[in-house]
Design a protein. Structure first.
Length: 362
């Protein structure tokens, strides 16, 4: 049996213990209490049970110790917590683990990130989903992964990413529209589309029509003046490429930009929508079929098959409703700084830090 005792920042145990203690966010301590130390604590407080010790400390010292038990021989999992800086938040997370009878074996912390080794009788994805409401309420990211995660850096894999508001920090079509003075109008439609409240193909067609007559040189101007890579984008891509991974971009945006980033980042593949340009002006139309939600999912499946990469070795990252099918199909699907509905439905959600946080999950 595994016994955890979470000690608040201002509490010192009345006796020395030999059990491992780990620093936790907010300057508290987590004690992985041995049977011998449990007996010594009960003896010191003249209590028959650990719960009685807990009650006595609360009544006499006004301190709350969180104590719970779990099966040491249960399945081992990794927990990744991003954006947890204070003890109160960490305590709430521990309380949820205790309800599921999940114990903590190790804790390692660094600014903004806490990684724990867990022991519990529940699978990683189910536990992540169980913790999703808590994650949303506390404003932190919580991801539970198997001890041997799938996908893994130990084998070649495939990363497919969305572009707008994922690889880059803006929506290209909104910035292009700004040069026509209609950015608020276009941006409102984009937002509704990304939230899944409008059909993507229909809204895309209508937005592109509004760009009719714009000088095509604006596309380059937007690239030069408005578009910036998301924090951690290059680190994520370089990190995966260094381990033999294929990397690609699948976007409901425009090939003018996807082609640029394919070359700039050394990607293996990119896909987007090609704007129609006649006599140096946008016509309000486009060539070919629209890259929509189904196209993205199909691209993930077909590229994985073409490169002989098992689906368990794939990662898909996006922020909008049109990314959900590929996110759900991937071995690891991640909603990145995403819309509420996407965060709710995606297997994993990262809303703190940069794109390279995905490497921590591998």
């Amino acid at each position: 049996m595994l016994s955890n005792i979470l000690l608040p920042p201002d509490f010192l145990l009345p006796i020395p213990v030999k059990s491992p203690q780990f620093d936790v966010p907010g300057e508290g301590k987590l004690l992985l209490c041995s049977t011998h130390d449990l007996w010594r604590l009960r003896e010191h407080y003249a209590c028959a049970t650990l719960e009685a010790v807990q009650l006595q400390i609360s009544l006499k010292q006004g301190k709350r110790l969180d104590i719970w038990h779990a099966d040491l021989e249960a399945t081992h999992l990794n927990a990744h917590i991003f954006g947890c800086h204070d003890f109160t938040t960490f305590r709430e997370i521990c309380a949820s683990l205790a309800l599921e009878r999940i114990g903590i074996l190790q804790v390692a912390t660094q600014p903004g990130y806490c990684r724990m080794l867990l022991s519990g009788g529940i699978d990683a994805k189910t536990m992540t989903m169980h913790l999703r409401p808590l994650s949303e309420r506390l404003g932190v990211d919580i991801a539970i992964t198997p001890l041997k995660p799938s996908p893994s850096l130990a084998e070649p894999g495939l990363l497919l990413m969305d572009m707008d508001s994922t690889l880059i920090q803006c929506e290209c079509i909104d910035e292009i529209a700004d040069f026509m003075g209609i950015k608020p109008q276009i941006a409102a439609i984009t937002q509704l589309s990304m939230e899944g409240k409008l059909d993507f193909a229909a809204s895309f067609t209508e937005r592109v029509k509004l760009l009719r007559g714009l000088d095509a040189g604006v596309l380059q101007q937007v690239l030069d003046e408005r578009i910036r890579l998301t924090e951690g984008a290059q680190s994520l891509i370089r990190g995966l490429q260094a381990h033999g991974w294929k990397t690609g971009l699948v976007s409901g945006g425009f090939t003018f930009y996807t082609n640029h980033f394919e070359k700039m980042l050394g990607l293996d593949f990119s896909m987007g929508n090609e704007l129609e340009i006649v006599d140096g002006k946008l016509t309000g139309g486009f060539h070919g079929s629209i890259v929509d939600a189904n196209s993205k999912r199909t691209a993930l499946l077909s590229k994985a098959a073409a490169w002989n990469i098992p689906m368990t070795q794939t990662i898909a990252i996006g922020d909008g409703a049109n990314d959900l099918p590929m996110i759900e199909a991937a071995g690891m699907g991640i909603a990145f700084h995403a819309k509420p509905r996407v965060r709710e439905l995606a297997p994993y959600s990262l809303s703190h830090g940069g794109l390279d946080r995905a490497l921590d999950l591998l």
